[in-house]
Design a binder for this molecule. Sequence first.
Ligand code: NAP
Length: 259
Amino acid sequence: MDLGIRGKSALVCAGSKGLGRGCAEALAAAGVDLILNARGTEALEATAAAIRAAYKVSVVTVAADITSDAGRAQVLEAAGAVDILVTNAGGPPPGVWSDWQREDFIKALDANMLTPIALMTALLPGMIDAGWGRVINITSQSVKAPIAQLGLSNAARTGLTGYVAGTARQVAPHGVTINNLLPGIHDTDRAAALDAGVMKAEGISADEARARRAATIPARRYGTAAEFGAACAFLCSVHAGFIVGQNILLDGGATNATI
Ligand code: NAP
């Protein structure tokens, strides 16, 4: 299917690895020029080079912490007006409710709620002026069903979800859509880090931790960044203009809910 977005531009945040990279690759495969961000230069440049070589699109890199004011300003200056925004950042650490203090919540809210909101505030006006735009926020399945040890994530991402629910309806008349993609377990560094925590806590091997987690997923496996990216690119396509303010689970059936 031709996604109809060849020649458009996208800012993909936190996109040197994992799900962000999956989105960047799928958009590049559809002919979209990229502004690609992550903190670490090495992986960022390697990913950008691989994408340029594979898809012959322009990739401008900005090494910066997207959750800081200074980093975001740097990224937004390089991006200018873009047609597509994919928001993403690292997730908060796991823990226990009784350990989390105000500062922990502020950090999580900054990274996973206020950063995507600041990016939308900066870039939505240009999309509205152009009469077309797409925003995808990478959130989490924890928005639909809480993951107890990820309480900081549950809290921050639910706040973002509430914001998107209203804002998506305010910008839709201008041809701009905002939707959230909710990953369940995907095969990325983040999943490996969470598995390492289980491994340590329960004294089991990495393979066992992974097998146990996979067994809880009806698809009996972890998702891939490529699958995730393909869903992102479709939501950014010309075919998805009637999909507004949705929260789309990509979890292999892990969230046991009827709707
Ligand atoms: P990942 O494989 O660890 O990749 C994270 C990417 O984000 C890297 O490119 C990293 O590069 C970049 N990054 C992290 N913090 C950043 C920051 N402050 N500023 C700019 N770039 C940053 O993670 P992932 O699995 O793709 O996860 C992406 C998001 O989805 C996270 O919020 C995660 O919590 C959420 N999620 C993931 C899963 C899963 O199973 N994978 C499930 C549910 C939710 P640098 O480190 O070089 O900056």
